[in-house]
Ligand binder design. Structure first.
Ligand SMILES: *Cc1c(COP(=O)(O)O)cnc(C)c1O
Length: 369
């Protein structure tokens, strides 16, 4: 799609910041989940593939063997359909109140309410649909009462071509949480009331909980993109995303000299500062001011002062003289600075950092798609 391409006719080296996306690592993450999975591994590519660029990500996953994808909205489904005519595309938010359009685009809506089920039965013409069962998240999907009502209405059921019965885990990122097991039990009970069709349970974290939590189709998103699926512990996934910014200026400042908006930080000793070309308009959160670290010349250096819209200042005094020069690149995310460390410093989660990466960042895919 045009929107994730670098500015036309400018070399990437002219960009103050670039988002590097390692498609080899993406494919490797897909394959390692495939090796764990009891059945099929679908790719969750909602929100522009978590900010990485849905065109390149979907193509890469198709090449790795992925055939089914989940997107959030009808608009995302239509976009993916145009990119990948052969893929099976599930739309998590259902028909978007446009069941005919959904059917005509060969999208599989995930139906979340009885009203939507009836609407689809009238307009879907027997095309496949998925049903989402809410087993403990209390967010989206049919509850136990809805499933009972459906089970007692054979005509309603007969009008549906149910391709997949789904549920979604609330606490899969906490392996010891009792709700995980309870959701499995509720799902098993509700399934008994409905036709015997394939199931889909786990997201990324669910995929790592073991095969009981997979169903026939596991639905990872964040793990594909290298994010740590569990709230703590080591990250078994390969790093996919690296945000690099160019050094625009290096200056020395004397003790007592303030830096940036609000003069929120001042040098206590003589300091060497590097100003780099990325800020909160790129999706490097403003909350990281005076909190995060970046990797410059292979070493962790602190962000000092507030993060501006387009610029961030680093204290690079710890680097040997000459180790960092104007036009060199520093790593703000990845390349030694884990996504999770950045998220934690911002008081955010890895999902927020990835989906917040701005469309103005050129995406550089390696290898090229
Ligand atoms: C976003 C989403 C996923 C993927 O979740 P990850 O935690 O990124 O693996 C799976 N299922 C549903 C219903 C989702 O909304």
């Amino acid at each position: 799609m045009h929107r994730v391409k670098p500015t036309p006719k400018l070399p990437l080296s002219a960009a103050p910041a670039v988002l590097h996306v390692d498609l080899g690592a993406l494919a490797a993450n897909y394959r390692s989940l495939q090796a764990l999975a009891a059945g099929e591994v679908a790719g969750v590519v909602k929100a522009n593939a978590y900010g990485l660029g849905v065109a390149a990500v979907a193509r890469c996953l198709m090449t790795a063997g992925c055939r089914s994808f989940f997107v959030s909205s009808l608009a995302e489904g239509i976009e993916l359909r145009s990119l990948e005519p052969e893929a099976r595309v599930y739309v998590l938010e259902g028909t978007g109140s446009e069941p005919r359009r959904c059917r005509d685009e060969r999208l599989v809506p995930v139906l979340n309410t009885l009203a939507e089920i009836d609407e689809w039965a009238q307009a879907g013409g027997g095309a496949p649909a998925a049903l989402m069962l809410d087993t403990g998240m209390n967010r989206a999907g049919l509850d136990a009462g809805d499933v009972a009502a459906l089970a007692q209405a054979p005509a309603r059921l007969a009008a549906l071509n149910i391709a997949l019965l789904m549920t979604h885990l609330a606490c899969a990122d906490e392996p010891g949480h009792p709700l995980n097991q309870r959701q499995l039990e509720r799902f098993a009970a509700l399934r008994q009331l409905l036709p015997a069709v394939p199931t889909s349970i786990g997201n990324s974290a669910g995929a790592l909980l073991g095969r009981d939590y997979h169903g026939d189709v596991v639905r990872p998103g964040i793990a594909l993109y290298g994010g740590r699926p569990a709230v703590s512990g080591p990250n078994p996934m390969r790093e996919v995303v690296r945000l690099e910014a160019r050094v625009l200026q290096i200056r020395r400042i004397a003790p007592g000299t303030p830096v940036g908006y609000g003069a929120s930080w001042s040098a206590a000793v003589p300091v060497r500062l590097a100003t780099v070309g990325a800020g909160y308009a790129d999706g490097y959160p403003r909350a990281l001011g005076n909190r995060a670290f970046a990797i410059a010349a292979g070493q962790a250096v602190p962000v000092v002062g507030r993060v501006s819209m387009d610029l961030t200042t680093l204290d690079v005094s710890a680097l040997p003289d000459g180790a960092l020069a104007v036009r060199d690149h520093v790593q703000l995310i990845g390349g030694g600075m884990p996504l999770e460390a950045v998220a934690e410093a911002a008081g955010m989660v890895n999902y927020e950092i990835l989906t917040g990466l701005s469309l103005r960042l050129p995406r550089r895919y390696e290898p090229a798609p």
